[in-house]
Design a binder for this molecule. Sequence first.
Ligand code: PLI
Length: 467
Amino acid sequence: MENKKFMPEPFRIKMVEYMSILDKESRKEAIKKAGYNTFLVRSDECYIDLLTDSGTNAMSDRQWAGLMLGDEAYAGSRNFYHLEQVVREYFGFKYIVPTHQGRGAENILSSLLIKPGDYVPGNMYFTTTRFHQERNGATFRDIIIDEAHDPSIDLPFKGNVDLNKLQALIDEVGAERIPYICLAVTVNLAGGQPVSMANIRAVSELAHKHGIKVMYDATRCVENAYFIKEREEGYQDKTIKEIVHEMFSYGDGCTMSGKKDCLTNIGGFLCMNDHDLYVRATGMVVQFEGMPSYGGLAGRDMEAMAIGITESVQYEYISHRVNQIRYLGEKLEAAGVPMVKPYGGHAIFIDARAFLDHLTQDEFPAQALSAALYEFSGVRTMERGIISAGRDVVTGKNHYPKLETIRLTIPRRVYTYAHLDFVADAVIELYKRRRDISGLKWKYEPKVLRFFTGTFETINPELIKGF
Ligand code: PLI
């Protein structure tokens, strides 16, 4: 029985949180009031909330118990030393600087390593990560394999770096203008796609040959390790902990959003092996986050993060997590819903361009689909397409990403297979009515990270005709 394809949740429920179920008219009003931006819908107006897996994790009884062990001293909290010990043991980096969340670490790393005119290559952009790189004067260069931009290509390691692209950049601008490579494991915007250990090793070799640092975006590193165990020759008998440790052994440091794979609701950190960089990072953290022994976090949050890391590498936890995504993906695929393949580690990405093939990219198909799914069912998702991609900082023109998707992001340990059945039914029903969905146009376009707070109007009189 323990070999069933979809084993039930590997936890039982000790505390419950009731969800809101709004009627159709209230949902229509809510999404209109939010300017057709699901980021601006109130949490109480959502039924199943798949906006993000960031900070939405359910903590375990052990983590809640850990909160009571919070040492809220301004300096030298014992929870910091616990976190430091766990990160050293599991990630293998020498130094750790806690931050309030991932972008706090990105801010410090980018400010310390980038000079104006530099280039930062990465395996696809992430919104906040690229923002900090550009804010410090760097140009981001996408060096992911071409296949990652095609939703239909099914490859085991679609997050891999194209080494020729990396070499070409080094030849073009010179290694001295590339302070580091940002290597994301997994790649969020490619659909949660993993990087193979062989590719990590090869990137590290090439980068280090030219004196370029390898800094991981470790946000979803446990999910990456799970895919390596499942898909890469030679790793089947290794533990997730061993694989995570090996992945990081090839690099120089990382930024981490603890709100994802550390199984907490807040927190992050920056790691490095270089002592000088660590000293400079502590100089920055005191300016922007707090003492190097808390970095914007309460002691209890650091404790929860330390415990969360140890739980995240448990096989029962991570295999269930990835299988939940797969379960939802298989249901949608059976109904012909177009999706990014293969299914990633944290979310299903629906191909909004194919779903709403009557709209052009300038009519914001992903934004419209995300709004329509909310209106139709109360399920909240996130646009990951032209709105998230923003404008070129130099020309001011829109980026036109090949991937125009909505992300159905599964929070960790929060929803059950029964919830996913509801989500699948909602998407499949909406797919039958896809031609009724209107495109959108801007009402207010913010200058920075516009997807968070931008608002829209429908092009047709109704978002979903006749609904
Ligand atoms: O949200 P932060 O500041 O803790 O982390 C920023 C961040 C960095 N890298 C990656 C790959 C992320 O996915 C990420 C945040 N992601 C969010 C908020 C998400 O919804 O995917």
